[in-house]
Design a protein around this ligand. Structure first.
Ligand code: BES
Ligand code: ZN
Ligand code: ZN
Length: 503
């Protein structure tokens, strides 16, 4: 069950809870004809006198209302300075309102923008839609394994806006992206005893099939035949065998000759490091080492949910990296699908070995005009950018511009990182074509350099997003409850919408 939000010009039978957004410094609520005179007086008195609420961005103030009223509380919500207002930024306010609705056990919630007197319908629609998106994103809850979970009923939210149709259409798009984010978070939060390559495939199949997404799966035998040797090597140590999962969304008519675009995800369902085993503390987070693949699944879901007019292929490489007597070893030399040999110097640098076969397969079979891979690839990426930005290695300025624009529209922050022949050369081995480990410094860049050896044609636009720093939130934030973030779905959804869809 996900949160339901509807938009209405003037909601009737208002009761329970009201949310009233207010710009900074406003001393009255404005027309607000949905409030009776008593309530309006109360609200205006609060705005005039209450020092702890001035309408600053994300400030929230709850006014309990008299028992004889149908309304239990009015929540004032600060929009900040009107001159600096950006609709996307109101998502954090929406997210911060959610725990307050839970705390007050709200059943029916009526939020308004109609009192703001905005001249442009589009401004009001965007405000209503993004506030709703913030509420929805924060409403995500992973309680599958709580035996005492009470399956709390979600409140019903009605938005009173003069821009009803526009807001509703905008929210539909955002909400499709949120549903993509949610499946990504679900996959990331699943424990690794229950999420492994084969079960991952079943979960995705169950969720995506009904949306009209075609699904193809390669088991280990088929992978062997097709030459996924590098990917198979990573999975050798686990009793749970690797899989390749391909998802196709054909949003264009059959007659259309548009070349497809492709998204490739690292899906290491648990990364112990293998024989080059990781230290114990924090290893549990490595259940989320499939975050890149989860973003690809989430993206496919959101594209299908909003019936995107594009042909898109998503491919994810699934494997569990375990130490065992069957595991691949440091020192092994393996052969990639592409034919290049790779000396394994560290079995913990496994993500790149999974990605390269998927990259090769996609270039061989569908020849995309643009492809983007996502991976929780290196700890070094987190050393470089921390947890605020995702590093983006992009081989063409035009694709970077498109990504940068999509990033500012979605709020998923990207920082461009360098691709350089020097990083490629660093990955050459003395006894094989390549090695999977670079020098001590710049590990995120040499990992990207390794991947670049497998990009066959420089004319194909390619980006590698190292999302290691954007994998997990350790505690609740405004729009992401603690757990897997589901990063990547929103920025790529906008990238496709802006540049790769037939209008
Ligand atoms: N999955 C890890 C990277 C990672 C670390 C993601 C922390 C998210 C949070 C990856 O497979 C890995 O272990 N990389 C090694 C590479 C090294 C051996 C070259 C790393 O970063 O230490
Ligand atoms: Zn690793
Ligand atoms: Zn890994």
């Amino acid at each position: 069950m996900t949160l339901n939000i509807i938009f209405s010009k003037s909601p009737k039978n208002i009761k329970d809870t009201l949310i009233l957004p207010v710009y900074e410094g406003k001393k009255t609520i404005g027309t607000a004809d949905f409030l009776n005179n008593n309530l309006k007086k109360t609200v205006n008195a609060t705005l005039k006198k209450q020092k702890s609420f001035t309408g600053k961005k994300d400030e929230i103030y709850v006014i309990p209302t008299p028992t004889e009223s149908d309304i239990d509380q009015i929540i004032l919500a600060g929009l900040g300075d009107k001159k600096e207002f950006k609709a996307l930024n109101v998502e954090t306010l929406g997210g911060k309102l959610w725990p307050i609705l839970k705390q007050h056990k709200c059943d029916k919630v009526y939020a308004f923008t109609s009192h703001l007197g905005l001249a442009k319908k589009n401004d009001e629609a965007e405000l209503a839609a993004h506030l709703s998106m913030g509420l929805k994103l924060r409403s995500y809850n992973f309680d599958t394994y709580k035996t005492d979970s009470k399956k709390n009923k979600l409140p019903k939210i009605t938005f009173g806006t003069t821009a009803q149709n526009l807001a509703s259409a905008l929210y539909k798009e955002l909400s499709a992206a949120a549903d993509g984010v949610f499946i990504a978070r679900d996959l990331m939060n699943e424990p690794p005893n229950n999420l492994y390559p084969a079960s991952y495939v079943s979960m995705v199949r169950k969720d995506l099939k009904s949306l009209g997404i075609e699904i193809e799966v390669f088991d280990e035998k088929k992978m062997e035949k097709l030459g996924f040797h590098s990917h198979l090597a990573v999975g050798m140590g686990s009793a749970r065998k690797p899989r390749v999962l391909i998802m196709r969304w054909n949003g264009l008519p059959k007659s259309s000759k548009a070349e497809p675009i492709a998204f490739i995800g690292k899906g290491v369902t648990f990364d112990t490091g293998g024989i080059s085993i990781k230290p114990g503390p924090g290893m549990e987070d490595m259940k989320m080492d499939m975050g890149g693949s989860a973003a690809v699944v989430g993206l496919m879901k959101s594209l299908a949910a909003r019936k995107a007019k594009a042909n898109v292929v998503g491919i994810v490489g699934l494997a569990e990296n375990m130490p065992s007597s069957n595991a691949y070893r440091p020192g092994d030399i393996i052969k990639s699908m592409d034919g290049k040999t790779i000396e394994v110097l560290n079995t913990d640098a496994e993500g790149r070995l999974v990605l390269i076969d998927a990259l090769t397969y996609i270039q061989k079979t569908i020849k995309p005009k643009m492809m983007i891979d996502l991976a929780t690839l290196t700890g070094a990426m987190m050393v470089a950018l921390g947890t605020e930005y995702c590093g983006a290695f992009v081989n063409q300025d035009k694709l970077w511009d498109q990504l940068n624009e999509a990033s500012s529209q979605s709020g998923e922050k990207l920082w461009r990182m360098p691709l350089d022949k020097a990083y490629k050369d660093e990955m050459k081995s003395k006894i094989a074509d390549l090695k999977n480990l670079g020098g001590r410094f710049g590990g995120a860049c040499s990992a990207a350099g390794f991947l670049q050896h497998f990009i066959k044609d420089d004319k194909v636009a390619w980006a590698h997003l190292d999302i290691a720093g954007k994998m997990i939130h350790k505690s609740d934030s405004a729009t992401v409850p603690a757990g897997g973030i589901g990063f990547g779905v929103r920025v790529l959804d906008r990238l496709v919408a802006n540049n790769y869809e037939k209008k």
